[in-house]
Structures are given as C-alpha cells and as structure tokens.
Design a protein around this ligand. Structure first.
Ligand code: NAD
Length: 691
C-alpha cells in the first residue's frame, strides 16, 4: 500500500499523507508525495491540489523510526519535496488537522495556501531537541507570520492553535465543517489566481526590538540550551539575507547544532522517553490487566498525592486509613492542593469538583476488595508493610495488583507476606506525587509479566514516566542520590558552604542544589537513613554536618529552617550565617584546615558519584540499560536534559576521564568513599561508553 493516496475531485487533486499513526515523513511517504505531485502536474484537468493527512493528523514531522538510517536523508528529502511544490504551476493548499509539527509544518509552509480545522496544533519544536528547523521553517514562518510571532514559536518550540493564527499568512482560513471538502472548495476558489503565492517570494522586515527581546528571554529561560540563540540567528537571516541564502544559513546552523553534545543529549532523552517503556523479556503483546478502580492504603503525604494523580487522570480512587482523623487530614490536604491549583488559575473549579468526587474514603478493607489495583503508602516499616499486605491478600479479589510505594524496603520480602507474590510490584512515586513525573516501577523476583506490563501502561495513563528498577535499597534514584549527598557533605567538611555547593551544581544545570533539595524533601528522612546505615554499613562514612543540623530540629522547609532559612511560608532558600558558623566550627573540631574548593571539583565529585553508583546499578542488573538511569535522573531529580542524564554525561566526558578524576579524589579527603565501579573501570579500559 502506498504511503500517500491520490484522488481527483472535479478540478482538484487530493493527495493524502497516509503513514499511520501520525503521517511522519518516512522515505516511502516522501517518495509517494513526489509521485502524486508529478501526476497532478501532468493532468491538464487538475487546476489545483489539496494536500491533507489521513487519520489523526496532517503530519507530525520527521520519522523517528528512520533516524540515523540512510532513509532519513535519502532523496527525495523534505527540501526537495518542498521545492517540487513551489515549482508547480498549480496552487497547492495544505489542509491541516490534528497536528502539523516540525517537518510537517515546514511542508505546509511550502504550499501556496494553508487552511486548517479548528483546534489544529502547529509547531516547530526542533529547539526541544537542541536543533532548529532544517527545511526552510526559519525562513518561511517569519514571512508568513511576521518576525515577532515566528520567533516566539521557533524559539519556544511550543504549539499554537489554528484559531490563534487564522487570517495570517500561516493559516489563510479555518474550515469549520469537514476539512477536505472545505479545502477543495477553497482550492477551487483560488485556482485561477496568479501569480502563485509563494512564501519564499515575500520579504520580511527586520524587527530589532523583537530580536533583542527574544535574546533576553532565551538567555534567562533557556539557560544552558544552545539552540534558542541559534534559532534567533537563523530567523534574523530571514530579514537580512535573500531567501536562498537564508536557507543555506539555516542549514549551516542546523548542521552545527546536530554535532553539539547538548543536542545529542536532548535526542538521547527524547528517545529515552520511549525506550524506558520497553522491557526486553516482556513483549509488547503481553496481556495487561484492566484497571478501572484504584485503592490506596494510607492517606499521608504520599497516599494523598497518589490519589490526586489517579483522580486527575479520571480513575475512581478509594483511600483507606486506620482512623477517621487520619482520613480527614489526608482529604483536607488533597482539597487544599486542588484549591491551590484553582486559585493559581491552573484548574477550573468544575474540574476540581469532578476530581474530588472521584476520591472516596474508608476504614474497611471490605470497601476496597473490588479494586483492580491497590497501592500501599503506609509507614516505612517492614512490620506495618507485612501486616497491610497480609490484609490485602485476604481482602482483594484474585488478579488484583498489589503495589507498595516503599522507598527503601525489600519488595520481595513484602511480596512474601502474601500468597500471591506474582501480583506484587513496587510503584515508587516521588513527592509531591501529583506533580513529579517519575515513577519507579519495581520489579520483584516473582512479579508477573502482565502485572509489569500493566504498571508500564498505567504510568502513561496517569502521565508519569515509568522506569523499571530491580529490588535494592533505594532502587535506582535514591541509591545513587545517597552517594551524591555523601560527596556534597564531605565538601562542607573540607571548605565549601551549602550555598556554594548548590550554586555550583545549579550553574552546571541541576534544577536545584543538593542542600536545597534536602531541605525540600525533609532532612529527617536522610537522618533516619544515616542512623540505619551506621548499624548496617559502619564502613559507609558521612559528614556529620547534616546530623548536626537535624539535631537543631532544622528539618528543612517544613520547619522553616534547614541548611538554609526560610521566610514564613516562603520556599526560597536564604543562606544562614548560623549554618556557616556551624560548618566552620565542625571543620575546626575535626582538625580540618579548610581550603577554597573550585566549582569544577564540586561538580565532578557530586556528578561522578552518581555515575559511579549508576555503573554498579547497571552491572547488578538493577537498571536494565544506562538510558533507564538517565531518564530517572532527568524526570525525577532535576538533572539537566541537555546533559542527557548522568550516564550519558559520563559518555560525553569519556569514561577514562571520569575514572582518572575519581582516582584523583580517592587520594584526597575521605578518599575512602570512592572506589571505581568495576563496569566503569572496564569501559574506560576498553574505550567504550555506557550508552
Ligand atoms: P506519612 O506518614 O505522611 O503517611 C503514612 C500514612 O499511612 C499515615 O496517614 C498513616 O495514618 C497511614 N497508615 C499507617 N499505617 C497504616 C495501616 N496499617 N493502614 C492504613 N494506613 C496506615 O508517610 P508518607 O511520607 O506518605 O510515606 C508513605 C510511604 O511512601 C512510605 O513507605 C515512604 O517510604 C514512601 N515514600 C515517601 C516519600 C516521601 O517523600 N515522603 C517518597 C516516596 C515514597
């Protein structure tokens, strides 16, 4: 079957892109379009052409399945296709519905006219992959829409709706009724008009203020991303260069960006989003369990957030607690959080009411027995978990999925408290669970494949990024972050202050530094873990500073003070001279002569600690692939996407250089905290990479 269909309606040829599901510009589609354009050109009875998409969309751009294959650049490429349209002596009308994105919008811009269905989304999202449009988008869009609006679209990469641009050169007309017949009618009306309206023939005037404004905005909001500034440069070319020179300039910038580590990292993250959903031994056709009703045990911080995540996605949820008071407290927090979103204008009151109406509550297991999925979010205590799972085993219908939100406990042991370990899985949400995108899906030894496949599907349904982890203390994310926090602590002993460590890592691209992050999560959580480690792993050293801070009752934002102080009700960390004093006195008491620590050292020690533990996690098979670790860090820990995640970043630096740095630090203060992970050492030796 051809990837595009050809039909004639009176004097109008209708060519339909037909490469399901989103009509991406695969080589076969480009070839078919070329063929059909030639046919329309040759048929004297055809006076105009409509280019439309079959199925869900006009065209979502490049075919990612052909990325990095010869097909992606094989002739006819998109530029040749657009040139063929522009060379036609009959008008071509793009009829846009669903989406016209990236190359799809560039194709539409190559047409003489564009009509669209209401609600169609138009975007040039290339900056999100560290690139710019590469088939004339930066030259034609300003000619269609004016410099200011074109800049806004190209530099943000965000979509606009067809109605917002109706009546501009981007969308000539909105077709209210059926799109293709409407487009054919439009084509008949304009068929005789000459000269043909080609965007490339227009000129566009410079708008110095718009460029200055865009540069300022990009520098502030997209720090660390190289593409926005280059996109502005390309658009500027549309105002200073002849069309073909502008296109050549765009191409040159595109080629330079493709080679940057940032763009490679962003593309890695883009593919990572899809890669994490694939589990090699769980085929795509694995049967899944239908989840219609959800129950949650424990209505505390996590239980309430998880309930919101499901209710917001349309699932009916029942919260189960041990007392009426605990239930009321939990529900009140849920209401308060939704009300906050309404007050900020992010949620409509009606939608809040609908979501709240989906959340029920109970004190009895009898009321949740019909749930298809139950998630336990009770206290982090193995005795409590085992009790709850034994009760769930008695109460829940056969086949129900029994999940635990434990952060550190052994999911195999929890499964052992039931007679159906194959139904048990970990669903590790991050706080606040209604906001954070990451969901670690913990595959226990006996978790069945349908249960795992269902969890992966559910993650999507509640708009989370599900990443599979094996069972170990801390799973992927928290096990690695412990090493990161240990290094951050040692840096305080040796000469740094919390605000310096945080600033260095933030300047490097982390959304938040480690100490501000601890203050947000609650310092008492780490304190409890360190107390446990002292018994379990006496070899595992820590700086005493975080403990000293906890002993002062400074648990972070929730107590108004931690590594920083906070204004009443505020969330902005304010450096606190009290803490500076505490840190200096601690070094003195330990007999350490403090030294000025360069920012590079801070970044290397903290980030390489992640890499090194990540290598162990990979070697132990806790993570299936390096990309899973990278996605955990990007989606859950504020790791800069343009650095691709810790393992990808190590690949960029070179494992040999990472090893050399760790070996150097292993000779310094608390060098005993470092030992190069065997996998990392092997990659360095063999000149290989993680990804
Ligand atoms: P929390 O103390 O805020 O809430 C726990 C709730 O469980 C309380 O309301 C308590 O009344 C209820 N509960 C206790 N025993 C129960 C039982 N037998 N039956 C029904 N309800 C019971 O704790 P939290 O922070 O929400 O943590 C819950 C779980 O989630 C823990 O396992 C924790 O490790 C994990 N977790 C926490 C975070 C976090 O950042 N807080 C992040 C990820 C995972």
């Amino acid at each position: 079957m051809s990837a595009a269909q050809y039909a004639v309606d009176g004097a109008v040829a209708v060519i339909r892109l037909d490469n399901p599901p989103m009509n991406t510009l695969a080589h076969a589609l480009r070839e078919a379009l070329m063929r059909h354009l030639a046919r329309a050109a040759a048929d004297a009875s055809v006076k105009a052409v409509v280019l439309a998409g079959a199925g869900r969309a006009f065209c979502a751009g490049a075919e990612i399945r052909e990325f990095n294959t010869p097909k992606s650049i094989a002739s006819p490429n998109l530029r040749e296709l657009i040139a063929a349209i522009e060379a036609l002596d009959k008008p071509v009308v793009a009829a846009i519905h669903g989406v016209a994105m990236g190359g799809g919008l560039e194709l539409a811009l190559g047409c003489h006219y564009r009509v669209a269905a209401p609600g169609a989304q138009l975007a040039l999202p290339e900056v999100k992959l560290g690139l710019i449009p590469g088939a004339g988008g930066t030259q034609r869009l300003p000619r269609a829409l004016g410099v200011a609006r074109a800049l806004a679209m190209i530099v943000s990469g965000d979509p606009v709706k067809s109605e917002q641009v109706a009546g501009t050169g981007l969308v000539d007309e909105i077709v209210a009724g059926e799109l293709v017949p409407g487009a054919v009618g439009f084509a008949e009306r304009i068929a005789a008009r000459r000269p043909l309206k080609r965007l490339r023939d227009l000129s566009v005037t410079a708008d110095a203020a718009a460029f200055a404004e865009a540069r300022k905005k990009a520098a502030k909001e997209q720090r660390g991303y190289p593409a926005p500034a280059r996109a502005i440069e390309a658009v500027e070319g549309s105002t200073t260069l002849a069309f073909d020179d502008g296109v050549r300039n765009e191409r040159r910038i595109f080629d330079e960006l493709v080679a940057t580590p940032e763009s490679k990292a962003l593309r890695h993250a883009f593919f990572g989003e899809r890669a994490v959903a694939k589990v090699p031994d769980v085929p795509e056709d694995t049967p899944t369990i239908e989840v219609k009703r959800v129950a949650i045990v424990g209505a505390g911080t996590m239980g309430g957030g998880i309930a919101m995540a499901f209710a917001s996605a349309g699932f009916p949820v029942t919260l189960l607690e041990t007392s009426r008071e605990a239930l009321e407290r939990g529900l009140a927090t849920v209401r308060k959080n939704y009300a906050g979103a309404v007050a900020r204008g992010r949620l409509a009151q009606g939608e809040m009411d609908a979501r709240l109406a989906r959340i029920g509550s109970t004190l009895s297991y009898d009321d949740i027995r019909d749930a298809d999925l139950v998630i336990e979010a009770a206290f982090e205590d193995m005795r409590v978990k085992k009790e709850v799972f034994a009760a769930l085993d008695r109460a829940m219908k056969p086949g129900a999925i029994l999940a635990t939100n434990t952060s550190t406990l052994d999911v195999d042991a929890i499964a052992g408290a039931t007679s159906r370990p194959e139904s048990v899985i970990g669903l590790h949400f991050f706080s606040p669970a209604n906001v954070m995108r990451l969901l670690e899906i913990v595959r226990a030894k006996r978790t069945s494949k349908p249960v795992l496949a269902t969890a992966l599907k559910l993650a999507k349904a509640i708009r989370k990024l599900g990443v599979v982890s094996g069972v170990c203390d801390g799973f992927i994310g928290n096990r690695m972050v412990e090493q990161y926090l240990r290094q951050a602590g040692f840096l305080l002993d040796e000469g740094a202050l919390p605000q310096q460590v945080d600033r260095a890592l933030q300047d490097w691209g982390m959304a938040m530094g480690p100490f501000a992050m601890s203050d947000l999560a609650g310092n008492d959580i780490g304190w409890a873990i360190r107390k446990r480690r002292r018994v379990e792993r006496p070899d595992f050293g820590y700086s005493a500073v975080p403990d000293l801070i906890c002993e002062l009752g400074r648990f972070g934002q929730k107590t108004g003070a931690g590594f920083y102080r906070y204004e009443a009700g505020g969330r902005a960390p304010i450096p606190d001279p009290e803490i500076d004093k505490l840190v200096l006195e601690h070094s003195r008491a330990m007999g350490i002569e403090r030294r000025a620590i360069p920012d590079d050292e801070i970044v290397e020690r903290c980030i390489y600690a992640l890499v090194n533990e990540g290598a162990r996690i990979l070697e132990e098979g806790i993570a299936m692939r390096a990309v899973d670790i990278d996605m955990v860090y990007i989606a859950g820990y504020g790791f800069p996407p343009y650095r691709g995640g810790p393992m990808f970043y190590a690949d960029t630096v070179g494992p040999d250089k990472v090893v050399a740095a760790i070996e150097r630090y292993a000779k310094g203060y608390r060098g005993d905290s470092w030992e190069v992970a065997p996998l990392l050492a092997r990659l360095a030796r063999e000149g290989k990479t993680f990804n």
